[in-house]
Design a protein around this ligand. Structure first.
Ligand code: BG6
Length: 509
């Protein structure tokens, strides 16, 4: 592991939650592992008035709560905090960027950071086009002979295909594609990256990884939490935009991609985009059959009353925004032709789990007695979170007379690698950007291709009020009819645990 070149990280939206909970705690973890540049500073920028001292104090609290190394020694924390600075501007006022430029130059001089700079947009999405334009106008966006500039853009990258294209166009006016790092924090998760290694470092899986041996693929990313205090944002977004368009389609692309010719960013990203480009477009008349949307209703979980989505703060009481979506898609290429991919996400489900299940085809002729095709064996489960690991489920003979088959598990848990430190997603991604490695960031064309697939669903929902939003009680596995999109009746989704409520009322909203 090497140390990145000297640089300043400018975080726009520095007074926000993401900076406090994720960004700076992750940078602190890099600091503790001695992975930061020798000369380095963080300049927090936002509208709120803070002094350097106030900012350090606030961020110190965030580190003590959220960093992996939160129990590190006080001197280290103190030293790290001394690298933090704060500058308050109205980010929408272009004139203020001249002052910002002066402040960055001052820091460069004082700390000898050399002029390299990362700008991190951790602001409301409405500012994603505004800040790069202001940086461009102030002459702060271009690489020079002696130093570089990079731009990290948080999600959501656009709202639909048109807005994503528009945003790409605006960013590319001031920054080159190789300066832009579109973040999807799922790509920073160790176990998501392990999909590469599982597939391409082992000869045993790859020969089976295709339509000849795989019956279907199931990808789940669900949570037990509700919308928490993000009702305002979520109500204009919904599960399809919030989780599926980005995180779950990214996982799909890693599962489905062809082996890259080498491990450099463009070889990998050239393969993942082909997956997005091969997604079979959903026609308006298919959307009702292939996509199910739902919204959680109030219920009682373990004796505690849980509000319904429409009762959450910031949410329109008549909202039709989906908090659950399940869909079936096809990847029309030689490897995957005819193999359904089932993808689901939702809030207020019984548990938090992200996993991929590869369901292999059954044997052509089965010699032993069994109940159904879906008997839980013949599956490879890649558990992304929690309890990260890989599980192979297969049938074994029950000892004794006859030939009774029982399902058994070969189960690897990341936690068994006791001495291995599992970096957080932001830690990995920020470190990569500091090094100039964009492998785990989204390229502009991929972001657009993912929106091209998702936008017809959004449009159909907007234009056709007959497409139902199914109410599901909080604490259950989502709308009951989500199983209907699975092609063969003997298969259902995998339910890693039971509903938390038995008596909820499913209904159409
Ligand atoms: C975010 C979504 O991108 O991912 C949230 O906006 C969601 O709604 C979160 O809760 C899930 O991330 P993780 O890392 O907790 O699985």
């Amino acid at each position: 592991m090497k140390n990145p070149e000297n640089q300043v990280l400018v975080i726009f939206g520095a007074s926000g939650d993401l900076t406090y909970r994720k960004l700076i705690p992750s940078i602190y973890d890099l600091y503790i592992q001695d992975l930061l540049p020798e000369r380095f500073a963080i300049l927090g920028v936002s509208r709120t008035n803070f002094s350097d001292e106030n900012f350090r104090e606030k961020i110190g609290e965030g580190i003590k709560t959220f960093a992996n190394y939160k129990n590190g020694d006080v001197t280290a924390l103190h030293e790290f905090l001394s690298k933090l600075y704060y500058f308050s501007i109205n980010t929408e006022d272009y004139n203020e960027y001249i002052k910002l430029d002066l402040r960055i130059n001052e820091l460069n001089k004082e700390l000898e950071t050399g002029g390299n700079c990362i700008y991190y947009l951790s602001t409301p999405p409405s500012l994603y086009p505004v800040i790069p334009q202001a940086l461009g106008n102030a002459g702060m966006s271009r690489n020079s002979k002696t130093n570089w500039k990079r731009l990290i853009v948080e999600k959501p990258f656009g709202y639909d295909i048109e807005s994503a294209k528009e945003l790409n166009k605006k960013l590319l006016k001031y920054f080159d594609e190789n300066q832009i790092y579109r973040i999807d924090h799922y790509l920073g998760k160790e176990t998501v990256q392990n999909v590469f290694v599982t597939r391409f470092a082992n000869g045993i899986f790859e020969p089976l990884w295709n339509r000849n041996y795989i019956h279907h693929v199931e990808i789940t990313g669900v949570e037990n939490i509700g919308v928490e205090n993000r009702g305002g944002y979520y109500d204009s977004s919904g599960a399809l935009r919030d989780m599926l368009q980005n995180h779950l389609l990214q996982i799909t692309s890693l599962i489905a991609m062809e082996p890259p010719s080498s491990f450099d960013p463009d070889s990998i990203r050239n393969e993942t985009i082909k997956v997005f480009q091969s997604l079979r477009p959903l026609k308006e008349e298919d959307i009702n059959k292939s996509v199910i949307r739902g919204q959680y209703l109030s219920s009682t979980i373990k004796g505690e009353k849980v509000p319904g989505y429409r009762e959450e703060k910031g949410v329109n009481p008549l909202s039709k925004t989906e908090t659950y979506v399940a869909l079936k898609l096809f990847i029309d290429n030689w490897r995957w032709g005819g193999v359904p991919f089932y993808i689901r996400t939702g809030k207020r489900l019984p548990t938090r789990v992200t996993e991929v299940v590869i369901h292999f085809k059954p044997t052509p002729h089965y010699l032993f007695a069994r109940k159904s095709l879906q008997d839980g064996c013949n599956q490879l489960v890649i558990r992304i979170q929690p309890d990260e690991g890989i599980l192979l489920k297969f049938g074994m003979k029950v000892p004794g007379s006859g030939f009774n088959v029982q399902n058994v598990n070969m189960d690897f848990h990341y936690s068994d690698l006791m001495d291995q430190y599992l970096p957080s997603a932001y830690e990995r991604l920020l470190y990569d950007c500091m090094l100039g490695d964009s492998t785990l960031y989204q390229r502009g064309d991929a972001a657009e291709a993912a929106w091209t697939f998702v936008t017809p669903i959004l449009e159909a929902w907007k234009n056709n009020s007959n497409i139902p939003v199914h109410g599901y009680p909080a604490g259950t596995w989502g709308p009951e009819n989500a199983d209907d999109i699975i092609e063969e009746k003997q298969f259902t989704w995998r339910y890693p645990c039971k509903n938390l409520v038995n008596d909820g009322l499913y209904c159409e909203l």
